[in-house]
Write a protein that binds this ligand. Sequence first.
Ligand code: MLT
Length: 411
Amino acid sequence: MVTINENYLKLKAGYLFPEIARRVNAFAEANPNAAIIKLGIGDVTEPLPQACRDAMAQAIQDMGDRSSFKGYGPEQGYLWLREKIAEHDFNARNCGIDASEIFVSDGSKCDCGNILDILGKDNTIAVTDPVYPVYVDTNVMAGHTGEADENGKYEGLTYLPISADNDFTAAIPSGKVDLIYLCFPNNPTGAVATKAHLQTWVDYAKANGSLILFDAAYEAFITDPEIPHSIYEIEGARDCAIEFRSFSKNAGFTGTRCALTVVPKSLTVKASTGEDVQLWKLWNRRQCTKFNGVSYIVQRGAEAVYSAEGQAQIKALISFYLENAQIIRDRLSAAGLKVYGGINAPYVWVQTPAGLSSWDFFDKLLESANVVGTPGSGFGAAGEGYFRISAFNSRENVEEAMNRITANLKL
Ligand code: MLT
């Protein structure tokens, strides 16, 4: 008899974004004339940078000639891309990351889930609340949790509440946890972490033999020069942290797919025999067995991000989305809403007005303004009473959405 992975039955509802899409589609079907503006899922809208498109067009030409044709590439990514990443993203900030420690992949969401392949099943796990749901759901799928309670909290996970009271940065747990998920700039709250804050996490991880899984998918949106972009800017992080990065949000690759994970060679974990095992070796083995690498064409596109033109073009793209975020912040604050984030991140975290629940506010905005956002409670129990608005859209749509929200809501 076929059996299933029963852990999937523990998952609450659908994955957040498909669930939102389902509700929006139902509304659109019932209201075919509604001009819906989507500021929900953080999906980019602006065209790919010209430098990336030119490089990919050239790569297609390379594929048309036997002398430059490429079949399977290295599972870890082409060295010419990994060297550029090491130089620009890490070593320009004195992170001491070697190209061989970088694994190019098709997405940091995928890697955040896949990393569990190389970790044991008895680790204790800490996540913030609210949190990017992938960290929680992938652990549920892997059988690392018990059942969810009525608030959607899974037994066995340590939830670290983040709110305006602690600047959306979690307090260090009082007990010992093995795995700690951190995301900065934060999805969903748009908050950032100072070097001092990250140092406390690294010190904790080193003292407790813990592993930090650091999601830096939004690092390119950091505008404050004092804020670290990588966990490896923090002393000691090479020995206790894995970092996930993406080309999705800085260069508009959500549909093109390219990301990277850094696993330092100095990062070791004890096997049950007491032997120190390099996580790099396990991840390398996992990738070589289960992954055939990102396409040559896409990697050439990603490489172009690091050219002079590419750098100027992604800078303009990021500034554009950050200006959107500023418009959202300004308009909603002027309308009397309390807003957070959106300065070093493409997400604005809004307190719902008049004590409305997150999903009630979602319905209200959809029905009265035909604007889609993301209910804060979809990111965890502590997100209740909040709403995330994404700055990823055209200027016209962002301005129109703000006009409609402020006109339609009696705040
Ligand atoms: C989000 O909206 O939170 C992101 O788009 C999710 C993702 O990048 O997977």
